[in-house]
Design a protein. Structure first.
Length: 156
């Protein structure tokens, strides 16, 4: 009986926060509540006269998401002919009030494709304590070519 109790209390967190997790752009929200957005087939578009920061939460199978991320990417829509979408993956630790990011913020080709463009963001090491992850993207202002936004995103 002692070995059963010991086995129950020796549970540890997995080394990897989650298997492949993909989310729709509709989960993203503008960093400021006054920014207008629209949805079209689960893509979140920004309707604004200025560039906007869009934050996209990452959901995990475990409660705190502190494991490492081996790969991450975003599918973005860039309808601006003059500005690019730029995104990075951020880990925030409420335990130490510390933020980490991937160290790269790839950008789209301005006006590249209204159907979507893949931005490979990269890996991110494990965190400490209670953590959450989110993508932070700079989305260009709406132009006569249309609105830009986030189609979907994933971590692995």
């Amino acid at each position: 009986m002692f070995s059963i109790a010991l086995a129950l209390f020796s549970f540890t967190h997995p080394a990897h926060a989650s298997a492949f997790t993909m989310s729709p752009g509709s989960a993203c929200q503008p960093a400021t509540s006054s920014t207008s957005t629209s949805l079209y087939y689960s893509k979140r578009y920004v309707s604004s006269t200025s560039a906007t920061t869009m934050d996209c939460p990452v959901a995990f199978d475990t409660y705190d998401g502190y494991g490492p991320v081996s790969a991450s990417a975003m599918y973005v829509v860039d309808n601006s002919g003059t500005a690019a979408v730029s995104c990075s993956l951020v880990r925030f630790s409420s335990y130490s009030s510390t933020m980490w990011w991937t160290g790269s913020s790839p950008t789209s080709v301005a006006g590249h494709d209204s159907g979507g463009e893949l931005l490979t963001i990269g890996a991110l090491g494990a965190g400490v304590g209670m953590n959450y992850l989110y993508f932070s993207c700079s989305i260009p202002a709406t132009t006569t070519s249309g609105s830009s936004g986030v189609g979907s995103y994933y971590v692995d």
